[in-house]
Each structure stands twice: as structure tokens, then as C-alpha cells.
Design a protein around this ligand. Structure first.
Ligand SMILES: Nc1ncnc2c1ncn2[C@@H]1O[C@H](COP(=O)(O)OP(=O)(O)OP(=O)(O)O)[C@@H](O)[C@H]1O
Ligand SMILES: [Mg+2]
Length: 234
């Protein structure tokens, strides 16, 4: 089972958007997928409730009401045979929870929104990850993605330099689009929506999928983010 943690202590950076789109991608490619929600607001669980029943199943694990060391009993909420575990972390995560989440994750994805405040907060968060989370750049797979980008300006340059100094890749930029908002409101990922309409979002997500690992294999064939024109019309 591959465990992918989507985390940033800064609220509204796009954790749930990225987590749900990753879960949708893997489910859509035939992977047994669990979406685990640590957010007390339960946005990922809400998204799952909206998910149309004809789409590939994603198992929901509500971890927001955990007490004490409930994180240690993941096995109890994760079905046998799970191939992808996507964890949607809450805003403001720190301390023991942050440490346990990052240490158990195989890959860590940090979305960051393009405001100076968000970029500054994210730099501080990454410093905390190294200190409190006790991660090491060469040991944990850690990547940052820009989210809700409206123009490719110079805004990210200070963050880029900071990430370069830590050898952390800046994997992709997701544009601020209606498709991401619509997907969230329909319990879908953009890869499950109309193919032509979501082509830009698919292309933006592809580098993240590539970074997370080999293209998934289904029925012996290599599949990718463009599963033909069989996407669901909406
Ligand atoms: N690429 C995008 N394009 C358009 N809207 C987006 C995009 N990413 C996120 N949003 C919107 O921004 C808001 C915050 O996104 P999201 O809920 O994914 O952030 P979050 O980090 O999970 O927030 P929280 O810290 O509250 O859990 C949501 O309304 C979401 O639909
Ligand atoms: Mg969220």
C-alpha cells in the first residue's frame, strides 16, 4: 500500500482538492483506494458522499474524531487489499499528529496558494516538517505544488529558491479553475469529468502523478491520465 499525505498547516491551500483528485485518479485507474480525512470539517468525507454511485468506489476513513493514539490502528479502518491511501490533513496540523502522519507517509505533497502570506507560512511549515516531523529530504519523498495559480508571475521565486536549497522539487502548478470547484461539488475528480473540457487540468496534474510513481497498470496495459474519451459527461 502506498501512503500519500497531502499536508500544509496553512488553511485553504488546496489539500482537499488535491487529495480528492488523487483519490479519483487512482480509483478511476482501478486501484483500491482509501481517502482518509483528518479534517474535523470533514470536507473529503463530504465529497465522498456526493460521489456518483456509477464511479469506481473510494473507501472513506474518517480519522477526524480520533482520540489519543488512534492513528496506530489504521489497519482497523483500511480494507485489506488497499493499494493507495490518500490522507487529507487538517489545517493547523502540528506536534505529534504531524510527526506521526509524515513519518508514516511514503510521499508527502504540499500544496501552496500564490499569496505572499501563504508562501511565507508554507516555508515556515516546511521548516517545521524538518524539525518537528523529523523528516529528512533524502529519506522522505516530499514535493510542493502551486495551487490556485492565476498567472505565472515571479511570486513563487522566493519559495523556489528556498525549496532548491533543501532539494525539494516544485512539481507542478494547478490553475484556479471552475473545473476544480465543480469536481469538488460533484464528488468527482477532474479526470472523471468531460475529457476535452478538463484537458488543461489533466495536463497540470500529470507531473504530480508522474512524481508519485510509475503509471498505473490495469489489465496489463500502462494507463495514464488520459483514459480515452470514456470520461463521464456532466
Ligand atoms: N485549483 C483550484 N481552482 C479553483 N478552486 C480551487 C482550487 N483549489 C482549491 N480551490 C478552492 O479553494 C477552496 C479551498 O480549497 P481546499 O478545500 O482544497 O483547501 P484545503 O487546504 O483543504 O482547506 P482547509 O485547510 O480548510 O482544509 C475550496 O473552495 C476549493 O474548491
Ligand atoms: Mg481541507
Amino acid at each position: 500500500m502506498k501512503k500519500i499525505l497531502v499536508i500544509n498547516s496553512k488553511g485553504g491551500s488546496g489539500k482537499t482538492t488535491v487529495a480528492t483528485n488523487l483519490a479519483s485518479y487512482y480509483a478511476c485507474h482501478g486501484q483500491q483506494t482509501v481517502l482518509m480525512d483528518y479534517d474535523p470539517q470533514g470536507s473529503s468525507m463530504q465529497w465522498l458522499k456526493l460521489r456518483p454511485s456509477h464511479l469506481n468506489h473510494i473507501h472513506g476513513a474518517d480519522a477526524s474524531r480520533r482520540k489519543g493514539n488512534a492513528i496506530r490502528s489504521w489497519q482497523m479502518v483500511i480494507p485489506h487489499g488497499t493499494q493507495k491511501l490518500i490522507i487529507d490533513a487538517p489545517a493547523g496540523v502540528d506536534g505529534i499528529l504531524m510527526q506521526e502522519l509524515v513519518q508514516r507517509a511514503d510521499s508527502i505533497v504540499i500544496p501552496v496558494a500564490p499569496s505572499p502570506v501563504d508562501i511565507h507560512a508554507t516555508s515556515d511549515f516546511i521548516k517545521d516538517l524538518f524539525l518537528i516531523g523529523k523528516i529528512r529530504a533524502h529519506k522522505n519523498d516530499l514535493a510542493v505544488i502551486a495551487n490556485r495559480v492565476r498567472s505565472q508571475g515571479q511570486l513563487y521565486e522566493p519559495l523556489r529558491r528556498f525549496l532548491d536549497s533543501l532539494h525539494i522539487p516544485f512539481v507542478t502548478s494547478l490553475t484556479d479553475t471552475d473545473n476544480f470547484v465543480d469536481a469538488m461539488g460533484m464528488g468527482m475528480g477532474v479526470v472523471e469529468m468531460d475529457f476535452e473540457k478538463t484537458l488543461p487540468e489533466r495536463m497540470e496534474l500529470q507531473p504530480l502523478i508522474d512524481w508519485l510513481g510509475e503509471p498505473e497498470k490495469k489489465d496489463g496495459k500502462v494507463t495514464e491520465l488520459f483514459p480515452g474519451k470514456s470520461a463521464v459527461a456532466y
